[in-house]
Design a binder for this molecule. Sequence first.
Ligand SMILES: *Cc1c(COP(=O)(O)O)cnc(C)c1O
Length: 388
Amino acid sequence: MNTFDYIELEKRRQQNNIELIASENFVSENVLKAVGSCLTNKYAEGYPTERYSGSKGRYYGGCEVVNDLEEYCCLKWREVFSTDYHVNVQPHSGSSANLAAYMSVLSPGDTILSMDLNNGGHLTHGSSVNFSGRLYNMVFYGVTSEGYIDYEDVAKKAAENKPKLILAGASAYSRIIDFERFGKIAAENGAYFMVDMAHIAGLIAAGEHPSPFGIADIITTTTHKTLRGTRGGLIFCKPELAKKVDSAIFPGTQGGPLMHIIAGKAVTAEEACSNEFKEYIKQVVKNTKAMCDEFIKMGYDIVTGGTDNHLFLVDLSRTHPRLSGKDVQNELDKHGITLNKNCVPGEKRSPAQASGVRIGCAAMTTKGWKEEDAISCAKKINEIISAM
Ligand SMILES: *Cc1c(COP(=O)(O)O)cnc(C)c1O
């Protein structure tokens, strides 16, 4: 076995399995071509010179082509979200984007108010084993007993703790996030307002979720989830924070940018501007709703009772008290169905076991799923669970 044998095996796995992990997707041949291109050879520490007054430009010669490419990539991403926000396309991942975003406006020890990790927040939103939880004073808001973001709790915690930054965004939340309400709470408490739209960025780009642009001070995202692009991150910010954000990426937290990945991000942006992408996202939302409704019809509990986006959470704790999320994940794996366990509101198990599963339809919609395919998959999952 050599490297390419492993790649061939993984390709087959991806072709044969039903992929329901809400954070995954399948990129186009053009994205693969760009990230597999000769741009991986180029060192380009720094930024294209015009980026901001005070930029020292690049540290190496031979950057004339990659300078234009990076400027083009930035231009396309502003077009995707119809925004004049500043954008930095260099973050290696969503986590790197968040690290730099915090560093741009916070000092270690400052207070961040973010979503409780057991209720859908991300590792980088303050987990005690992550840099975020170790460097900053984290305060968390929760969800209501139905699983909706508890905006009264956000307002209360903000008033009590006077955070320097309030963070909205999640990895496992199936409902519209009210950015205006968050923004108002941040303004009332003199806090920066940051949105991590990693999961829902594709929906925002296609107009299927309200946009945080014009409201948030800083917006981070991944490019590989519903945006269906190369693995990577982006940071958008209001123009007055541009210099802080850029220097938090380089030299603050990263060295040379991955120019082949920036090429992949440019292709991703080109694709995300297309009508075909808007139609794709519309179908994602339709498929997710159809699948979720089928589970409800079969008697399952869904956190919040439904979904507005590309994912939903099945809560097994009342209907299948014997089964953990992990048991179900493992059993479905044996049948070629890939998803992940997830905590539910009022979770009684540890996060490693969990009492629910998260289901997303973005990847299978790329493979051509329509509502009837989503519904028959829900039925198949029910058969497998019922036999456990
Ligand atoms: C996936 C995700 C990230 C991190 O992305 P990586 O590229 O895996 O580092 C950050 N925030 C949220 C909300 C996410 O869902």
